[in-house]
Design a protein around this ligand. Structure first.
Ligand SMILES: [Zn+2]
Length: 104
């Protein structure tokens, strides 16, 4: 997250520079880390999450190396994994090349 390296569409790299950087879930804003913690399409998924776990500002307790920071980071990580954020939403997108595509 902090290095701006991810599969988020607005964090472009050599392998995805031609793709649409908009969020595929809401199609309203650029898919950045800041957006995914407030994306309207994920509002329901955030219902029972401590808002501090979704506060990614530099001064947030989320980044602290203490028990509270670790718990907030665990919750943010769960949110990302449960909602498949940071993963391609379609199969057959780099690096998930279909097995058949590897045979040549
Ligand atoms: Zn969105």
């Amino acid at each position: 997250m902090r290095a701006n390296k991810s599969y988020l569409r607005a964090q472009t790299d050599w392998c995805n520079q031609d793709q649409d950087p908009k969020c595929q879930r809401c199609e309203k804003e650029l898919e950045t880390m800041l957006h995914i913690v407030k994306c309207p399409a994920l509002e329901r998924a955030r219902t029972n999450i401590n808002p501090k776990a979704l506060d990614i500002a530099p001064e947030s307790p989320l980044w602290k190396s203490n028990k509270n920071g670790m718990e907030l980071m665990r919750r943010l990580s769960s949110y990302v994994m449960e909602n498949r954020i940071n993963y391609p939403t379609r199969m057959e997108v780099f690096p998930f090349t279909p097995y058949a595509g590897l045979a040549s």
